[in-house]
Design a protein around this ligand. Structure first.
Ligand code: SAM
Length: 233
């Protein structure tokens, strides 16, 4: 992926430090080579590199095409921030599976570090997973929100809640044909009673993925796989 503004007509110009490091030192690209690029907005390009050094790269666009690899349903995942690697695994796998957007969620039982360094790391994980999966668009990463901040826009969203008398996820997906969906997934310690009550009041629909309790990173991955199985074509 290159920033969309790197491509102006037939010209390619890249000055992002991280990209140049990847091209020079990891991929060891050379002048004259043809490279495949994505702009993260749905377009793909074949370009010839005409110069490359530590500060900038230039090239000539030879071909452009509509990048496929995007699902026919838009899914936003509200992911509770969790300890260690779990949140990052969910970001990576859900990007591969076709998530459109992520909202990191600060819950009562979240263990959270939302520093700028963490955010950059999450962006990198998403970009690398999207490249690996051949996505045409880069999923967006929203600012972290508390449950209270996110609830007012959440009517009709599906909340993964493993206990209680909840609707099955399968039944919830069958309710209506969909092009858009938002799914909330909780932290390792689960949702608090306050959060469940507030979510209910705000019009979220509690759903269950079955009778087994899944890890915090497994639940959104399983839910998204089921959505793509049913709706993506
Ligand atoms: N000890 C916690 C509890 O009992 O509330 C378990 C939380 S679980 C490890 C982490 C999150 O994954 C839950 O908050 C929920 O969002 C989701 N989850 C796990 N298993 C699920 C299931 N069978 N159905 C729906 N959501 C599930």
């Amino acid at each position: 992926f290159v920033p969309a503004e790197s491509i102006q007509g037939e010209a390619l110009f890249v000055a992002e430090r991280e990209l140049l490091h990847q091209w020079n030192n990891v991929l060891r690209l050379r002048v004259g080579q043809h490279i495949a690029l994505l702009d993260g907005l749905g377009m793909g390009y074949i370009a010839e590199l005409t110069s490359l050094n530590k500060r900038e790269a230039q090239g000539r666009i030879l071909q452009r095409y509509a990048a496929n690899g995007e699902p026919s349903i838009n899914v936003t995942l509200y992911l509770a921030l969790t300890r260690g690697e779990r949140f990052e695994i969910a970001l990576q796998k859900c990007t591969e599976l076709g998530a459109t957007a992520f909202v990191p969620l600060l819950c009562e039982r979240s263990q959270a570090d939302v520093s700028a360094t963490k955010r950059e790391r999450w962006q990198r994980i998403i970009r690398e997973a999207a490249e690996q999966a051949g996505r045409g668009r880069l999923p967006s990463l929203h600012e972290a929100q508390t449950v209270a901040q996110a609830l007012p826009q959440a009517r009709g969203h599906l909340l993964l809640a493993e206990t209680g008398q909840t609707l099955s996820f399968k039944a919830a997906l069958a309710l209506e044909p969909r092009q858009e969906l938002a799914i909330w997934s909780g932290p390792e310690g689960g949702w608090s009673d306050n959060e469940l009550e507030a979510a209910h009041q705000a019009g979220l629909i509690s759903v269950s993925l079955g009778s087994r309790i899944l890890r915090a990173e497994t639940a959104p991955i399983a839910a998204l796989a089921a959505v793509m199985f049913q709706f993506d074509q």
